[in-house]
Write a new protein. Structure first.
Length: 299
C-alpha cells in the first residue's frame, strides 16, 4: 500500500466532521462554566483545578488506544513548547472572558489563524497566495471591528484576547513543525501536563492566587475538566480522520454556539458591530481554511 493509499484509508470525512462539531461544542460549554467561575477564582487557579480533572478522559484515551508506551515522545521540546503556548493562550482567553461576552472573546481568539497565515511565509517558508492575503485582511478587519480600539466601546480586556490569539498562533506554527508524528492521545496528555504546570506555579508562588473553593465549584470544575480533556482529544482526532481543509471550517461553528450560549446563560446579545466582526472573521476563516491554513484551537 502506498502512502497516498494509506492516507486515503485513514480518511473518514463524515466522522471527522461529527467529531469536530462535538469537540467545539463541548469547548463552548466549558467556556460557560469558566466564565461563571472566574468571577471568584483567578484564571490560573481555574486552569490548575480543571487540568487535574482533564487527565481522566486523557488517561482513558491512552488506555483505549493502547498508546502508553509512546508517552516517551520523540519531540519532547516541541511538545513542551506547544503545550506551554496553548496553556498561555487559554489563560489569556480566560482573562478576557472575565470581562467580555463569550461571543466577543471567542471571535477575538479566532483571529489566530490569520496570524499563522501571515507569518507562515517567514517562519515556515510557505508560499502565501494573493487570495490568502485577502482572507488575512478580512480576518484582521473583523477583529478590529469587534475590539473597536479608540472608541467608547473599547474594553481593555480585549487586549488579553489578542494576546491569547498570538499565543494560539504560536501553537499553530509549532504544530505545523511537529507534524502528526505521534498519536492524538499522547499529544493530549502532554498538553494537559502543560496546562497543569501553567496553573500550578502562579497559584503556589504568587500570594493571593489560592482561594477557598466550595463543593459546587469543585463539581463544576470537574465537569469542565472532563469536557476539556474530551474536547481536546476529539479535535486532535478530527484532524487525523479528515483533511484539514474539510475539518477546519467546522471549527467556526463555535462562534455561533458561543452567541447562543452567551444569550441563554448571561443574557448577552452582540452589538451590531460585533455581529459584523464575527461575520467577517467566520467568512475569512472558512476561506483561509479552504486554502490550507489551520483553524484555531482554544483548548
Amino acid at each position: 500500500m502506498t502512502k497516498n493509499q494509506e492516507a486515503e484509508s485513514n480518511d473518514h470525512p463524515s466522522l471527522a466532521i461529527g467529531v469536530i462539531m462535538a469537540g467545539v461544542g463541548l469547548l463552548t460549554m466549558g467556556d460557560v462554566i469558566a466564565k461563571s467561575l472566574t468571577e471568584h477564582l483567578t484564571p490560573f487557579h481555574y486552569v490548575l483545578l480543571r487540568s487535574i480533572f482533564a487527565f481522566i478522559p486523557v488517561m482513558i484515551a491512552l488506555q483505549i488506544s493502547r498508546t502508553w508506551r509512546q508517552l516517551r515522545t520523540k519531540r519532547p521540546l516541541g511538545q513542551a513548547a506547544r503545550g506551554l503556548c496553548m496553556a498561555t493562550a487559554y489563560s489569556c482567553y480566560l482573562q478576557a472572558l472575565q470581562e467580555l461576552p463569550i461571543a466577543d472573546a471567542t471571535a477575538i481568539i479566532f483571529s489566530s489563524p490569520f496570524i499563522v497565515a501571515a507569518l507562515s511565509r517567514w517562519v515556515l517558508g510557505e508560499r502565501v497566495p494573493a487570495i490568502r492575503w485577502v482572507a488575512i485582511s478580512l480576518g484582521f478587519l473583523g477583529a478590529l471591528v469587534i475590539v473597536q480600539p479608540g472608541t467608547e466601546a473599547f474594553r481593555p480586556a480585549a487586549l488579553w484576547g489578542l494576546a491569547g490569539a498570538v499565543a494560539a498562533a504560536a501553537t499553530g506554527l509549532l504544530a505545523r513543525r511537529l507534524g502528526s508524528t505521534e498519536p492524538a492521545s499522547v499529544t493530549a496528555f502532554y498538553t494537559t501536563v502543560a496546562f497543569l504546570l501553567t496553573g500550578l506555579f502562579p497559584v503556589t508562588l504568587i500570594p493571593g492566587h489560592w482561594v477557598a473553593v466550595t463543593g459546587m465549584e469543585v463539581f463544576l470544575i470537574a465537569i469542565a475538566g472532563l469536557i476539556a480533556g474530551t474536547a481536546h482529544f476529539l479535535i486532535i482526532l478530527a484532524y487525523r480522520k479528515g483533511e484539514a481543509s474539510l475539518v477546519a471550517p467546522f471549527e467556526y461553528v463555535s462562534l455561533f454556539i458561543a452567541i447562543a450560549m452567551g444569550y441563554v446563560f448571561f443574557d448577552d446579545i452582540p452589538t451590531p458591530a460585533v455581529w459584523v466582526g464575527i461575520g467577517l472573521v467566520a467568512i475569512a476563516g472558512v476561506l483561509l481554511s479552504r486554502r490550507g491554513a489551520p483553524a484555531p484551537k482554544k483548548a
